[in-house]
Write a protein that binds this ligand. Sequence first.
Ligand SMILES: *Cc1c(COP(=O)(O)O)cnc(C)c1O
Length: 486
Amino acid sequence: MQYVSTRGHATAQTFSHILLGGLAPDGGLYLPAEYPQVSDAELNRWRALSYADLAFEVLRKFATDIPDADLKALTHKTYTADVYRNGRAGEDVEQITPLRVLEEKAGCKLVLQALSNGPTLAFKDMAMQLLGNLFEYTLAKNNAALNIFGATSGDTGSAAEYAMRGKKGIRVFMLSPHKKMSAFQSAQMFSLQDPNIFNIAVEGVFDDCQDMVKAVSNDHAFKAAQKIGTVNSINWARVVAQVVYYFRGYLSATTSNDQKVSFTVPSGNFGNICAGHIARMMGLPIDKLVAATNENDVLDEFFRTGIYRVRKSAETYHTSSPSMDISKASNFERFVYDLIGRDDARLSALFHKVETAGGFDLSGNPGSDGDEFRKIAEYGFQSGRSTHQDRLDTIRDVEKRYGVTIDTHTADGVKVARDYVTPGVTMIVLETALPAKFNETIREALGRDAERPDGFENIEALPQRFDVMAVDVAKVKAYIAGHTGL
Ligand SMILES: *Cc1c(COP(=O)(O)O)cnc(C)c1O
């Protein structure tokens, strides 16, 4: 299996080669040269598999340069009931992403798929835990080292740190805005005592942290000398690891391959739902893929109108589902590439226009850049948006009707899913975080605290390990160099 860049000017690469990188050298995103297909017989055989074995079967179609025995060992090391143990009382932890039926009436079925039972209580663990093991495996083979450098406002940084802690050959340097994360999120990250994890609290806002990461990334000599890599959401291995749970959800919710299911996906950078698109392109019988956004509705606007319009910082809102607060959707280019028939020259022109004019228009209206909007239904995509008030109402309603507390991102999903539930097609809403992570809003909605999984009762009281730093690129470079000894 070879990987090509959406922009068409990078040499084709193997899975292992793109594993440790980010963007392709031509500025595009990597995708397989063609999507591997699943047969009816395979789907039937996969129904009975454990999550780890299913992950092996799906991933071996993409990671063809990793020997089967090694890949199987990696998926079995990653997807264990012990790692994904933070589910609600009564959930079967062996299933890794258990389903919970919320409602079944008049042939309509609404189901939650729990993706947030891993160590940081958010769905990013599903892919990041595998990435940690894949990185360690690849680095050991090449006797190499990697220093991961990134910025976080919460979920990504903690998922990366819990995936990389204690891994040989890997260090993590993570910037976060000092005193701007919730007490729970800071405690999760800063209580890690592993010597390969470095938390740097920057005296600024998240954008300052991101600017520092960009400045360091643009210093190619420093980056190469310090062996710096990233684990952001465009990483192909993260996307492909997420394909697995669409298969798991489908196979658990159906009894025969004649049945279809739909997925509603709380969306920000389009990484999660992009994996659903890939599962569908592989032949998984998915009916609808519904993108649910919050007030930052770049994606909802596109799927309603065909117009992609990135937002300026001042138009990007801080909401109570903060992990979906995006101004542009960094994985969206992967879907557009397929939508326009994999025409890389045209794709490059469209995304060049994003940089120069802030977006593009595929509505088919006079003067637009194309008419592919008419084809969106063929790919199953639909969308909706939700507001803070909708989240409060949905959290209360789901609690009252079904006795389940959901987090704010999942609430965006449930709110939007309800508009698209159809008889005979199970609607699976992907649960992307547990409510304990966003307790402030749970309190506002329900007047009480969210329940916490065992072991998280007092994390705010644990000793914390982090360094405070001014917004200063030279300082962060010196800090990294001082700790890598390179
Ligand atoms: C990251 C995240 C999302 C958004 O996922 P994308 O892949 O960026 O679309 C949604 N919910 C939670 C809780 C997240 O952490």
